[in-house]
Design a protein around this ligand. Structure first.
Ligand SMILES: [Zn+2]
Length: 496
């Protein structure tokens, strides 16, 4: 059976309808997916990593099913203020002021950190990674359209979206389930600091105060776009007015995504997204992770073991495996005990996968119906990307592999090929785990880091057209049994 025939069986939980729905793309064979990226004013925290890992799983599985996916994930480098009521300082400008550096230095530093950490967790890069500051013109055009339609108003150089007016013909609150009457009564404003007609309105353009350094000219004032607007501008530009999947963390449902829907419906006069997907949060020892309470750990502190929270260091693939052992819509709690249990499971899986190469084949298979097992793996992922069920299925195969090794079950050559192919596809291509075996536990991770350094040096050599050096790196690695493979997602390596 061709994998693409499984496309028709994928079900996705849609946050908008609050139901699991059969996934039907707008254009057969193609998927447009937008995921809200980070605001780059601090080191990426584990909660964000979990969100992006969830969407990496989704991206990988859609690709595995044979879809051509255009995955757009933005970088927010302007416009995100300290609170959601359009007040306070721009987060990046504030960090720049405190550190006495340029805002774009802040952006560069934390964008590099973000990519570095996601690379360690083996996340595939998105197809397009646009920035808010690179799309100011597009954002201004959308504001003009919304003003023309009478759904926004200008006050003292700022432009606000008129939520009540919009709600006369549309439904504001349809995604988050909030009622407009409650919003009117519950929205707080700082006395005298707002030009808004109504507190629930949100900024499309803000006039910059004299001390605000991140500013652009517009028909209304020198200022900056509202935070919600960038995602409308960039998703429309790269995926069109109507696209398949929009994702983000659960905390973005309101107001960010609600406002995105309102902006798109106001400017494009159509609903922008078919499937809204939200990934749940991460807690640490049962408490929300927050810098302010100290209940907080950075990814690099976890890899090095230099932290007061966990008992030891954990490799990125182990943490990734741990995250995928929970469904993306469930809250996941980080603790030493839970991570240690995952670590054991992870190496058990890797050891079994490595053992496949050494199994003795028989004339027949006994102990596991491999074709049926493969179908169950697909069923798990087709049920709203249920990675914990998939992992449970992989452990059924682990048990079988160990039984074959012990002579308690049998596997034919054909069965072994299907088993190997399936377990490799689901473990490495779809779950995105890296193959580390328990015998090379720490040193395996170090080797991977060292080869990554060489891969990066080789990429630099190629960028400088120094092909002699890039070939030398490849050939000398090959000579010691490390093969580099160039693919469309960058260079990977395998060892023999
Ligand atoms: Zn967004």
């Amino acid at each position: 059976m061709a994998i693409s025939s499984l496309q028709g069986e994928l079900k996705i939980y849609n946050s908008l309808t609050k139901k699991k729905e059969l996934f039907k793309p707008i254009n057969q064979g193609y998927v447009g997916m937008y995921v809200c990226g980070p605001t780059v004013y601090s080191n990426v925290h584990l909660g964000n990593v979990r969100t992006f890992t969830s969407f990496d799983l989704i991206y990988r599985y859609l690709r595995h099913l044979g879809y051509k996916v255009r995955y757009v994930r933005n970088i927010t480098d302007a416009g995100h203020l300290e609170n959601d009521a359009d007040e306070g300082e721009d987060r990046i400008a504030k960090k720049a002021r405190l550190d006495k550096i340029e805002p774009m230095e802040v952006v560069q530093m934390y964008t590099v950190d973000f990519h570095d950490i996601l690379n360690k967790f083996n996340l595939l890069p998105p197809s397009i990674e646009p920035t808010a500051t690179g799309h100011i013109i597009e954002q201004i055009e959308i504001i003009k359209t919304i003003l023309d339609k009478g759904l926004a108003y200008e006050v003292n150089g700022s432009v606000y979206f008129d939520v009540l007016k919009y709600n006369e013909t549309n439904h504001y609150g349809k995604l988050s389930g909030r009622k407009i009457e409650d919003l009117i009564h519950n929205t707080r404003t700082l006395d005298g600091q707002t030009d808004k007609k109504n507190p629930q309105d949100f900024a499309l353009w803000k006039k910059a105060e004299p001390q605000h350094i991140m500013r652009w000219p517009s028909p209304w004032s020198d200022g900056f776009p509202g935070w919600h607007l960038e995602c409308t501008a960039m998703s429309t530009k790269y995926l069109g007015k109507h696209f398949d999947i929009h994702g983000g963390g659960m905390d973005l449902k309101f107001p960010h995504h609600e406002c995105e829907i309102a902006q798109s419906e106001a400017s494009c006069e159509q609903t922008p997204v078919n499937y809204w997907m939200h990934a749940n949060m991460l807690t640490l020892n049962g408490q929300k992770m927050a810098k302010s309470t100290g209940n907080y750990i950075l990814p690099n502190e976890m890899f090095s073991g230099e932290n007061d929270v966990l008992s030891k260091a954990f490799a990125p693939s182990v943490v990734r495996f741990f995250m995928l052992q929970a469904h993306y819509r469930s809250i996941l709690d980080f603790s030493s005990t839970a991570l240690e249990a995952s670590e054991k499971g992870f190496y058990k899986l890797m050891d079994a996968i490595n053992l496949i190469e050494k199994l003795t084949v028989s004339n027949t298979t006994e102990g596991l119906d491999i074709t049926n097992w493969r179908t169950k793996c697909y069923n798990a992922m087709n049920d709203d990307f249920n990675s914990p069920i998939l992992i449970a299925e992989l452990f059924n195969a682990v048990k079988f592999i160990n039984q074959v090794k012990d002579g308690k079950s049998m596997v034919s050559q054909e069965g072994l090929s299907l088993l190997r192919k399936t377990i490799h596809e689901f473990t490495f291509d779809i779950l995105g785990l890296r193959n580390l075996s328990s015998s090379s536990n720490d040193s395996g991770d170090k080797l991977s880091d060292v080869v990554d350094v060489l891969i990066n040096l080789r990429a630099e050599a190629r960028a400088n057209k120094d092909f002699a050096l890039s070939d030398q790196i490849r050939d000398q690695l090959a000579a010691i049994g490390i093969q580099l493979k160039d693919g469309k997602d960058g260079t990977t390596f395998s060892t023999n």
